[in-house]
Design a protein around this ligand. Structure first.
Ligand code: SAH
Length: 343
């Protein structure tokens, strides 16, 4: 396969072009076309010679996404995009407008092999990893389509980002690079189901991103019922990895906790969750489970959710209930892609 030019860092691009006798400033111009001006192909790069553009066109692959479906929420303006990749695979991304700026939720893989019971993205397994360029492209395409700057990026769409580690890291470095969109690392969140060795590896990268851990249960037994990954790593090991991450980076972890009616939403669960979060100063994000038709999980009652939150707050835990953005537009991970594939 030809190499993927939009996944090259500025340094790598400079080296590549130097090998064909091009000066460093040409690489910088081209990088700017790809990562700041968000060109869809080489032909847009009008300050570069036609020869150079043609040479690159025959030597490199230039990824671009095509929006095949866009759904806009009538409730809150959230937009969900279904994008077609160059090989015909589909990924979904979500654009949300908040008071503090626009946030995009991106996918890191086509499908997922983690098998979490309540999640629609994993029902057909993993198809393939996304390239760094294909993760960037989701943000670039949405920036162009909305005409608005993106200030926050969350890697919480389809896929397990730490199962695509090298590409994820390259993506984060390029997204936050001053020669690209230059999004602040503090405005990037990576959500993981808890692959312990990768969490430890990530801690050593010394990034200023936020790590979110999908915890969803406070005993190993219950967590194993919801998430197969819990068969590999215990909650004890996860907490150790969280402590290590916090110590290495100084960044507090977020615990994500999907509330499933009658499964993990008792006062006792809240108490245990508080006991896990308190020593690490974790923020807890409660997500009322988004029921998918393939499973019979139901949301907790509104009063139960409030009681759960109160219990945590009494322990001085910082808690938010995730606003259900885009509830009317196939909100749950992977639903849009599945619905499209199956029609
Ligand atoms: N693989 C990563 C990121 C993708 S999922 C992870 O596990 O964190 C993003 C978040 O949405 C995770 O916390 C996941 O557990 C949660 N999630 C997935 N499907 C859901 C559903 N139907 N209802 C509520 N939360 C869900």
């Amino acid at each position: 396969m030809e190499s993927d030019i939009k996944s090259l860092s500025l340094e790598e691009l400079t080296q590549e072009l130097a090998a064909c006798g091009e000066k460093a400033f040409r690489a910088k111009q081209m990088y700017e076309w790809m990562h700041v001006k968000l060109a869809r192909d080489f032909s847009e790069m009008t300050n570069l010679s036609k020869e150079l553009r043609e040479q690159c066109g025959s030597r490199y692959r230039y990824t671009a996404l095509e929006a095949v479906r866009v759904q806009e929420s009538k409730i809150d303006g959230t937009k969900k995009y279904l994008f077609k990749l160059s090989d015909g695979n589909m990924v979904e991304s979500v654009w949300m407008r908040y008071r503090h700026g626009n946030s995009v939720c991106i996918s890191s893989q086509v499908g997922c092999r983690m098998g979490c019971r309540f999640c629609a993205s994993t029902l057909d397994g993993l198809e393939r990893n996304l390239l760094p360029s294909e993760m960037l492209d989701q943000i670039y395409a949405i920036t162009k389509l909305t005409g608005e700057r993106v200030s926050n990026v969350v890697v919480m769409g389809t896929g397990e980002p730490l199962d695509n580690y090298e590409n994820l890291l390259k993506f984060i470095r390029m997204l936050t690079d001053e020669n690209g969109l230059h999004i602040s690392q503090r405005n990037v969140t990576v959500s993981t189901c808890g692959i312990v060795p990768r969490m430890r590896q990530l801690a050593k990268e010394r990034l200023q991103i936020t790590l979110a851990l999908s915890l969803h249960a406070v005993t190993d037994e219950k967590r194993r019922q919801l998430m197969p990954i819990a068969n590999q790593y215990s909650i004890g090991e996860l907490m150790e990895a969280c402590r290590y991450y916090f110590e290495e980076t100084g960044r507090r972890i977020t615990f994500e906790y999907s509330l499933v009616g009658g499964v993990n939403d008792t006062d006792k669960d809240a108490e245990r969750l508080g006991a896990l979060a308190a020593p690490l100063g974790c923020h807890v994000n409660l997500i009322p489970v988004n029921p998918i038709k393939e499973r019979d999980f139901v949301q907790s009652e509104a009063a139960r959710i409030r009681a759960f939150k109160d219990k945590l707050e009494k322990k001085q835990i910082n808690v938010t209930i995730r606003r259900e953005m885009g509830r009317d537009i196939d909100g749950a991970c992977g639903q849009l892609r599945r619905n499209y594939k199956n029609t």
